[in-house]
Write a protein that binds this ligand. Structure first.
Ligand SMILES: *[C@@H]1O[C@H](CO)[C@@H](O)[C@H](O)[C@H]1NC(C)=O
Ligand SMILES: *[C@@H]1O[C@H](CO)[C@@H](O)[C@H](O)[C@H]1NC(C)=O
Ligand SMILES: *[C@@H]1O[C@H](CO)[C@@H](O)[C@H](O)[C@H]1NC(C)=O
Ligand SMILES: *[C@@H]1O[C@H](CO)[C@@H](O)[C@H](O)[C@H]1NC(C)=O
Ligand SMILES: *[C@@H]1O[C@H](CO)[C@@H](O)[C@H](O)[C@H]1NC(C)=O
Length: 352
């Protein structure tokens, strides 16, 4: 039995070796990298003309080395990648050949995009961007940054954003004391408020008479940089010993289930602070009715999409009245004030 199996195995090996040896795998040719839009590279190659087509399945192995390592295979001869390109881009590609159960690989072909010219210290640093959904259901964008340490005083930075296929240059800058652009505002953008997890590409380059300014790019998840709007129509009232609060979800295309809230309760008498997490639009809490409270609410996304930045706190609302618990204290206070006034009066009269 064992012998039969071994002979069978041997026959299979014998059949495979000559076939495998007869097949040659050639690397792809004319591999090119092209910047197709801001922070986007088109990788393109051609099948090797010497490659026998026959009945083989040909695929390509792509390995991105930088800026973000990634490996995948495709049967196409092109591929598009989104990445910050200010430190260049480098990729390898090779042919994969499948024949029966056999998989063969060619050598790698390498290509890279060099980083753009300029000292890295001339690039902007500390870039941060925030989006907001406006009342008219469009998205505004605000970005700020610091000029690079080696950026000459005459550096003029320009900011561009790209969302999908749309690219736009900033027209509304705020400047530092040397008149360099350090902030940019778009009151309306092409960012779709209902989309989830799409990228906002930011590109900041610059020019100066004295040095080449190195561009800088950063990719942001549109949801992660959204500053959520403030909860609306907050109402608070007392019902016996309970504090009742209701409010409306912030301005947003997403339904109310998508939000959570923080409820800030401050006891003005005891100085006690409480922050409560709430995922509904109303709230009931037993409180000390002899105290006056201040209340504020803020919102963030909970589900439906990535969390953004917490909204600002809603305007302060006060409830309750500070009541003095002890009538004796009350009488003493009145007495004290009265005595003081009398003394003051006497003093004034004496002086006159
Ligand atoms: C590769 O590029 C060269 C030069 O541009 C061209 O002559 C050749 O036809 C290309 N090869 C293939 C397979 O496209
Ligand atoms: C391709 O495969 C088919 C069936 O598997 C076979 O009949 C044909 O001869 C093969 N062609 C070549 C060029 O090997
Ligand atoms: C800029 O970023 C660096 C590193 O991330 C940080 O140490 C520094 O405090 C930031 N500067 C300002 C002014 O925010
Ligand atoms: C900055 O980038 C934009 C968009 O890629 C480009 O059109 C412009 O020429 C660049 N400016 C400088 C000074 O490099
Ligand atoms: C908030 O209250 C105002 C006036 O009471 C009302 O017109 C508006 O529709 C309310 N907003 C929401 C989101 O309920």
């Amino acid at each position: 039995m064992m012998r039969v199996f071994l002979i069978l195995l041997w026959t299979m090996v014998q059949q495979n070796i000559p076939q495998a040896a007869g097949v040659k795998v050639f690397p792809p040719v004319n591999f090119t990298l092209t910047v197709s839009s801001l922070a986007q590279v088109l990788l393109h190659w051609e099948p090797n003309p010497n490659q026998e087509q026959k009945n083989y399945t040909i695929r390509y192995d792509v390995k991105i080395l930088s800026p973000v390592p990634e490996e995948y295979d495709t049967k196409k001869t092109h591929s598009i990648r989104t990445a910050a390109l200010h430190n260049g881009f480098s990729a390898h590609v090779r042919t994969l050949l499948f024949h029966n159960d056999l998989q063969m690989r060619s050598d790698w072909v390498k290509e890279n995009l060099p980083p753009p010219p300029g000292d890295p210290e001339t690039s902007v640093t500390n870039l941060s961007c925030v989006t907001r959904i406006t009342i008219s259901s469009t998205v505004s964008l605000h970005c700020s940054w610091l000029p690079g340490q080696e950026a000459p005083e005459d550096t003029k930075y320009s900011l561009f954003y790209r969302y999908e296929t749309y690219t736009e240059e900033c027209q509304d800058y705020i400047k530092d004391k040397w008149n360099r652009n350090t902030e940019c505002r778009f009151s309306v953008t092409h960012i779709d408020p209902e989309e989830v997890d799409k990228l906002v590409v930011i590109h900041i380059n610059g020019s100066s008479k004295y040095a080449a300014i190195k561009p800088f790019q950063q990719l942001f998840n549109q949801n992660a940089i959204e500053k959520v709007n403030v909860p609306r129509n907050v109402t608070v009232f007392l019902e016996q010993n309970d504090l009742l609060a209701t409010w409306e979800k912030p301005i947003s295309p997403f339904p109310k289930e998508c939000f959570e809230y923080e409820f800030y309760l401050f006891n003005l008498k005891s100085g006690n602070k409480q922050i409560l997490k709430i995922s509904s639009n109303d709230f009931r809490l037993q409180i000390d009715v002899t105290s006056r409270y201040s209340i504020q609410i803020r919102a963030n996304h909970r589900i439906c999409r990535a969390r953004g930045f917490w909204s600002d706190w809603s305007e302060i609302i006060y409830v309750g009245q500070n009541k003095l618990e002890n009538p004796v204290t009350w009488i003493l206070t009145v007495l004290c004030v009265f005595t003081c006034c009398t003394f003051l009066l006497v003093a004034i009269i004496c002086k006159m």
